[in-house]
Unconditional design. Sequence first.
Length: 234
Amino acid sequence: MASSTSAYDLVIIGGSAGGLSVAVSSLRSGLGLIRIVEPTNAVSFPELVGDNQLDVGYGETVSSIELDGDVLVVTSNKQTYRTKAALVANRRSDPQWKPQIPVVDNPRIHIDRCDAHADEDVLVVGHTDHAVELTATIAAAGARVVLAGAGLDPTKLSPAGEAILRRLERERRATLLYRSTPDQIGEADGFPMAYFNDRRTPDLQFDHVVFASGRTTLGPADVGATPAAIESGK
């Protein structure tokens, strides 16, 4: 049974790049008690938790958000929060999503995840916060990562996504290709081969290729918010 907690100023549902951005900016703006509720065992950029002393509840899935007077009651599988406001920052993938380029059938080619090991070479394809999240996670495992994000504009990422992208580049933990992306993924000796057909970027072989799919943000109703809670504007 969920236990009751003290009142919060803001409960953020989802430790995505967007959720972390709101948490950090809200704390810096002087907002007091903020709780991030994350259904998995990790947020997108774990280093931001320690850097900003963020309060995160891991392994918590929100089942309902109800209005009680002038506060919201957010109930998860572990706790019940009374809060002045709630933000839904969780995202979901589209199971029907496919890469927009020709891709061979190879177990080393992935969508949205990759269990890469230290010293492996990994290509991440994408230009969104999600691509940066994947790049940071794979780099943290010790792999050598190339992010092929043709059209990637750091200023259009979330503040957290932009900050981590800059850090990855500054610390040389990832190679960023702002103008290049492969136009097909083939195979050479059982390993993925990225063909760029671009004078700026040679064709390269990798241990893994990871595509960052398009994702959509969950709405309040997706986490059990009642009509009254939604209409409150909180």
